[in-house]
Structure formats: structure tokens, C-alpha cells
Design a protein around this ligand. Structure first.
Ligand SMILES: Nc1ncnc2c1ncn2[C@@H]1O[C@H](COP(=O)(O)OP(=O)(O)O)[C@@H](O)[C@H]1O
Ligand SMILES: [Mg+2]
Length: 405
């Protein structure tokens, strides 16, 4: 194996979202140069790069310029063209490899790979695109015989933040949205999990195979989108240990070099099931910036460059609350009010357009215990909305009864 890629080198990132932006900030702090390639104009990571390439992913000139400038390449987004990933790999090390990324790009392939590793999964069935709503109904009939109802139908490719998912209710007719989805696209059908809690573990894996896991995170979702993360998660020690061991096994088994996050379901029966794997930093890992000795982005830099991995242990319990575009409904959120909440840290991703459901930023905080950290970020987020309510929402008025609103 060749030696580490040292500061001064140029790190390539495919994808232009907030994960790439925070990776670029960490890499530049360490003295690297960063080249970002995104096909989206105004992508948040482009503004944080030394070298920004804004071109379609099949642009040959962009490929030459990008690969000519970089010493190693990583990703901040997994839904990239397989051809591009393989071509990059022909020029510079790609970490994670195209093969590891491919395993996570398609829910059917991903579940098959996980099953081969012996990872526990909710009962599921792969479903080919049915062609017509009528054929979709027949396919759902057969598949639900295996998964039971309720169930969740998910597109096999390109889903994120709950997009491309339809819940199949316990009884009654097939939802029209499910029939339309399955008629058009290959899907997987999954048993609806009776959740105690959702957990995730971010694991770094060095080129030599060493792994370091961040503390297990506890995740609360709203409408299938991550809303609140608490780290370390408030779970029994044995649950945290099992989650960490399972995550390491999955990341090692998939051959990931770099960083990956394993999303887990903790069932009411106490079982841990793997939900999905992201071969990159994860929204639930943002709180590592404040809570841990090394954060997920610097750890990605270290893993991708073959440097010693940092210590991911928590220094203090932390919490993170997402800021979705919906917060802009009443006008610009009251940033000063949130920042007046002692200890709250604001991260905004520099996205020009606030759309409902779009991740615009997050708030994080650390405290003496996880409950206090969670209360702090929720209080800071509630403060954002108060300013938009006019005089009734001014200081001294009754606080918003729903801190999550
Ligand atoms: N089978 C399921 N049972 C219960 N909840 C689910 C199930 N599948 C997804 N969800 C909920 O939807 C969220 C998003 O689904 P996920 O499969 O992780 O897709 P995405 O790629 O959008 O993150 C999950 O974190 C969970 O809250
Ligand atoms: Mg997910």
C-alpha cells in the first residue's frame, strides 16, 4: 500500500450538497485543497471549494480537468452514475470504491448484500417494475403475503428523505400512489417495522481495514425525514454495543474505505435491523462537530487520505435539530433569537431557495446530559419561528406550545 495522502494534496468530492461543503471545510482546515464536482448550479459545496466544477456528470472536459487536479476522490452523495465512478477509479483512488458505492445505490442490491453478510433485516421482497397498475396490484398481493401489512413500498433507486416511499396500510385497498410507483419503477416492499427507536452509527474505515465507530446516535424522524438526533443515544449499554458491532460488520463486509453510516431500526421486541447504509457522512453525524473528539468530516478526510483515524468518542452529550425549508413559511427565520439561546450553534448550508422539506441547516448543542442538549436545540429552533409571528410572538409571550413546530 502506498503512503498517506498528506496536507497540500487536492481531495476530490463528487456531489455538491451540505455534506460536501462540511467535508471541504474540514479538509481545508487540515491544509488540503478541495475540488468539488456537482451537476447542480448553486450547490452548497461549490462555494466552499478551492476548485469548483459545475457540469453534467458525463462531461468529458470536466472529467479531465477534475481528475487531473486531484490526488484522491470521495463522495458526499451515492446516487452518482456508475460509469463516472468507474472512470474516476481508473485515474485516482476512489474511496469508497465504485463497488462499495454501487451496493448502496439500489435498495434491492443493498438488501441482498446485507443479507449475504448475515445482517438482520425487516422482511422484504424485491419487485420489478410492474408496467400497469393492475399488474402492480397483483405483485403487491403476492409480496405482502411475505412481508405482512402494514408495509412500506420504496423505489429501488434514487430515494432520499422519504421520497419515493408509500405506506401500505394494514387493511383496505392498495393506495393509488403505490400502484403508480410500482407500475413505473422497480421497488422493494418492506414490512412496516414496529419501532422502539431509530439508531445510526457512523463508522470510518481506513485503507488498511481499521475501523472506528462514532457513538450510536438516536434519531427521531418527522414525515420520514430526520428531525432530531441525540448522541450518544439514550439506549441500554448492550443495545449500543450491539449496534456498534453490527455497523462495523456491515461497513467492513461492504468493503467501504472512507466513511459510512448504518441506519438501524430498534424494534419493540429489542431486535436491531439494518435499514440502509450511506457510504458517506450522514445527517445524524453532524452533532459530532460539537460532541466528539473528532468530527465525521475530519474523520472522512483522515480515512480517505490514509491518515491515522481520530478518536470518535463523545466529549459531551450532544443534540442536533434539522432546519427544513418549511421554517421559511412565515419569512426569514429569526436567527438572532436562536443564537440568543446560550450554547446553541447554528449551521446554515448557503442554499438560496427554501423549499418545504429541503434541508437548509441545523442547530446543535452539547450539555451535561442528552436530555438537556435535546431541550436546548429544540428551544433554539422554537425561537426561530417566534419572530415571524409578529407582536404576539415577541419576547415575554407564551412560548410556542410545540417546540418541534
Ligand atoms: N419499514 C419501515 N418501517 C417503519 N418506518 C420506516 C420503514 N422504512 C422507512 N421508515 C421511516 O422512513 C424513514 C426514511 O426511510 P429510509 O428507508 O431510511 O429512506 P431514505 O433514503 O429516505 O432515508 C426511516 O428513517 C423511518 O423513519
Ligand atoms: Mg434513511
Amino acid at each position: 500500500m502506498t503512503g498517506p495522502i498528506l496536507p497540500g494534496a487536492t481531495l476530490g468530492v463528487l456531489g455538491g450538497g451540505q455534506l460536501g461543503r462540511m467535508f471541504a471545510a474540514a479538509a481545508r482546515r487540515l491544509g488540503y485543497r478541495v475540488a468539488v464536482w456537482s451537476d447542480a448550479p448553486d450547490a452548497p459545496a461549490l462555494a466552499a471549494a478551492d476548485l469548483a466544477t459545475n457540469a453534467p456528470y458525463d462531461d468529458a472536459a470536466a472529467f479531465e480537468a477534475f481528475t487531473g487536479a486531484i490526488d484522491v476522490c470521495t463522495v458526499e452523495f451515492e446516487n452518482l452514475p456508475a460509469d463516472l465512478l468507474r472512470a474516476i477509479e481508473g485515474r485516482v483512488p476512489l474511496r469508497p470504491s465504485s463497488q462499495a458505492i454501487a451496493a448502496t445505490q439500489h435498495r434491492g442490491r443493498e438488501k441482498r448484500a446485507l443479507a449475504e453478510l448475515g445482517a438482520p433485516l425487516a422482511p422484504w421482497r424485491p419487485l420489478a417494475a410492474a408496467g400497469t397498475p393492475h399488474a402492480a396490484a397483483a405483485a403487491l398481493e403476492a409480496a405482502t403475503a411475505a412481508t405482512g401489512r402494514p408495509a412500506v413500498l420504496k423505489t429501488a433507486g434514487f430515494g432520499y428523505d422519504g421520497k419515493g416511499q408509500v405506506t401500505i396500510p394494514a387493511t383496505g385497498r392498495w393506495p393509488g400512489a403505490a400502484l403508480a410507483l410500482l407500475a413505473a419503477e422497480p421497488c422493494v416492499l418492506e414490512a412496516f417495522v414496529d419501532l422502539e427507536l431509530e439508531l445510526s452509527v457512523v463508522v470510518a474505515r481506513a485503507p488498511g481495514g481499521e475501523t472506528r465507530a462514532f457513538p450510536v446516535a438516536e434519531n427521531h424522524h418527522a414525515r420520514h425525514v430526520l428531525d432530531l438526533t441525540v448522541m450518544p443515544g439514550r439506549v441500554a449499554v448492550d443495545v449500543a454495543e450491539r449496534a456498534e458491532a453490527l455497523a462495523r460488520r456491515v461497513v467492513t463486509g461492504l468493503g467501504v474505505v472512507g466513511l459510512a453510516c448504518v441506519e438501524l431500526f430498534l424494534t419493540r421486541a429489542g431486535d436491531l435491523w439494518v435499514n440502509e447504509v450511506a457510504p458517506r457522512p450522514h445527517n445524524s453525524g453532524h452533532v459530532t462537530i460539537e460532541a466528539c473528539r473528532v468530527d465525521q468530516f475530519e474523520q472522512q478526510v483522515r480515512a480517505v487520505c490514509g491518515l491515522p483515524l481520530g478518536d470518535p468518542a463523545a466529549v459531551r452529550p450532544g443534540a442536533m435539530a434539522n432546519l427544513l425549508g418549511d421554517l421559511w413559511d412565515g419569512g426569514e427565520p429569526d436567527w438572532a433569537a436562536a443564537l440568543a439561546v446560550g450554547g446553541a450553534r447554528l449551521h446554515l448550508y448557503g442554499k438560496a431557495q427554501a423549499r418545504p422539506g429541503r434541508k437548509m441547516g441545523h442547530l446543535s448543542a452539547v450539555a451535561d446530559d442528552a436530555d438537556a442538549a435535546a431541550a436546548l436545540v429544540l428551544r433554539a429552533r422554537a425561537a426561530l419561528a417566534r419572530g415571524g409571528e409578529g407582536p404576539a410572538g415577541a419576547a415575554g409571550a407564551t412560548p410556542n406550545p410545540d417546540p418541534r413546530a
